[in-house]
Each structure stands twice: as structure tokens, then as C-alpha cells.
Design a protein around this ligand. Sequence first.
Ligand code: CMC
Length: 388
Amino acid sequence: MSKETSEILFRPGLEGVPVTHSAICDIDGLNGNLTYRGYPIEELAAHSTFLETAYLLIWGELPTQDQLREFEAQVQMHRRVSFRVRDMLKCFPATGHPMDALQASAASLGLFYSRRAIDKPQYIYDAVVRLIAKIPTMVAAFQLIRKGQDPIQPRDDLAYSANFLYMLTEREPDPLAARIFDRCLILHAEHSLNASTFSARVTASTLTDPYAVVASAVGTLAGPLHGGANEDVLAMLEEIEKADGAGDFLDNAISKKRKIMGFGHREYRVKDPRASILQCLAEEMFARFGKDDMYEVATALEEEASTRLGPKGIYPNVDFYSGLVYRKLGIPRDLFTPVFAISRVAGWLAHWKEQLGANRIFRPSQIYTGAQKRAWLPLEERSNSIDA
Ligand code: CMC
């Protein structure tokens, strides 16, 4: 391909460039609609559970009663992690970010399971069960380990979300809190070709094992422009401090070209439908468990931003209200992104399975901008100004 043609085709960040067919999730960013396998996100968040939604995403249909019972039982059976994984987590620095601990522990699972039958339905089922079951256990284990405690074992009498909150906080959660957390997991489970899912698909396309696929996606999710934004939103709200400071904060930030965390999305030109549902969940949490002063700051910021950023199509995204819900649930701030990963693993695995079904290794091209061919210089003849 000529350099001129490449320049015409070049889209930084692959914006608007289709790179695969996919039947998993559809986003209508102009009208703010999101569906998983054709089901509106609002209906799933109201009626489904996270495990049922994960099954839907990965296998394409809502499970029957028997399929769901079996899937839930399998996930429950595989919640425990090997003492070797727990010992590895104990070797990590307590000051390290939990996303790094999660990335390493997710990758380590590949050491325990063979990758030979990667395209067989039973291999796929088992890998899905293990990853969905063990990731919450590993996140909770690192949290207790870094506090100097031993991880606690999962409780078989608790459903998926209640068990995670129990392993994290060492207290059986209120049923409403557990249900709200489960609904948060549904909302974060899938979102087409975001950066981490693209990363998962690229890794999957090499036919490596699903543990490497998920580890690569976890590393990608960690960045502040992606999943890491939910941590930064709370820091920003605390910086604003009071609702009446929102306008000045925005003016100042916009004049300095500073991004407002939890705002803007490559796909949406209106408020992210997940942000609207999360806002309702935050209000439910505050009505039951007491208010959070930062909520007033958040709604003031959203209102002030509507006139300043709205005309550019920049509105709250999924990360804007999620942190307020998680904080009320007692989840530490630097676990917000690992919690995102607990949920998004469902979407990553759906894309892994879909990629295997019609695989072609990803290998895009580039436009070379470096030096033209030149002669090698002996050491004593070189001089350059690179700061190394
Ligand atoms: N605050 C202020 N201005 C913004 C923001 C924002 N949050 N987002 C976009 N803009 C402006 C940007 O400055 C640019 O303006 P101009 O054309 O005048 O230079 C224009 O909108 C286009 O921005 P962009 O960064 O080129 O847009 P993008 O599609 O590459 O970025 C984004 C999407 C999500 C990375 C970006 O909106 C952003 O950085 N948001 C803040 C971080 C954040 O909340 N991330 C979570 C994303 S949703 C969940 C997830 O993916 O994990």
C-alpha cells in the first residue's frame, strides 16, 4: 500500500474503524441505548443477575433454569484459589496497586491449566467458570493480605455478589447492598470494542490461553482513560469539595484543557445509559444507608457541565457515579477498577470465544516516519543529542 493511501486510511486510536464482526453488544451512542445480545441494559439491570448476564454474553442466549443452576453451581465450586496463588499474592508489596496484583494472579492461572484443547466447548466452559469464579477471590485475598490478614474462604451459602462483599469486608452484606452490587456488575459486564476488550481480542487472536487474554485485558483496563477513571472521579469531587464550587472548577479545568474524569465517551454523544442507572442505584444506596456529601457535588458538576461540555457531546459516562456506589458499599477506592474487572471479565470472555469462532490474527500496518536507510557509524565518530 502506498504511503498516500495509508495516510488517507489512518485513523488515530482506530476511531470509527471496524475491526471485527460481533454479535455480543450494540451501542447506539446518539440515542443512549445499549443492548447485550439484543436485551436492553435497563431490563437486564432490573431483572437479571450478573451470572445470568455473563452466561447470556458468552453463549448468546439467556440460560434455561437447568443451565443457570449448573453454571451457578460450577462457579460456586471453583471460587477457591490454590494456596500457591495466595502465597504469590503474599509476596507482592502491600503498597502495590491491586490491578497489578490482579493482572499477575490472572496470568498465573494459566500455569495450572493446560491450553491444548483451547477451541473445545468443554475447555471454554471450564475456563469461563474458573475465571469468573476466581477473580473475585483473588481481588478480595489481596485486599486482606495487604492489610496484614489472611484471606478468608468463600462462603458456599452466599450468592456470587454477596460472597465477594463478604470476602472483602468480612461481614455478610445487607441483601439490598448485595443486589445493588450485582446490578453494578451487570452494567459493567460488556461494552463492545473498548480498549481492554480490543486488547483481549488481539491477544485471543494469537490462540494463547484465556488466562493470558484476561491478564492482557486487565492491564489495559487499569489506565486512567479507561477503567481507572472511576478512582479519579472521587478524587476530583473531593477536590471540588462543595456543590457551589463546581462551576469554577469546570471553568478552570476547561481553560487548562484538563479532562473532567467520568465525562466523555468515544461512543456516546448523550449521557451514558449506564450512568443514569448507576445514579439511581447511588440514590437507592443513600436512601437506605445514609447520604454521601459528594453526591451533591457530583450532581452540581453534571448540571454545570451540561452547558459547558454538553454542546460538544460530552456527558457523564459509566465511571461518574459508580465510585459513589462502591464507596457506600465499603469498597476501598483503589479496588474500584478491580471490581470493574470482576464484571468485565464476562465481556472479555465472550469476545475471546467469538474471536476463536472466526479467528484471523490481528496484524495492522503502520506508516513509517523514521530515518531512511543510512550507514552504521563507528563509536568514536558518533555525536547526538539524545537524553537517555
Ligand atoms: N473533559 C473535558 N473535555 C473532554 C473530555 C472530558 N472528560 N472528554 C473529551 N473532551 C474533549 C477533548 O478535550 C477534545 O476537545 P477538543 O476537540 O477541543 O480538543 C474532544 O472532547 C475530544 O476528546 P478526545 O479525548 O479526543 O475524545 P476520545 O474519544 O479520544 O476520548 C475519552 C474518550 C473517554 C478517553 C475521553 O472522553 C476522556 O479522557 N474522558 C475522561 C476519562 C474517563 O472518564 N474515562 C472513562 C471512559 S468510559 C469507561 C471506560 O472506558 O472505562
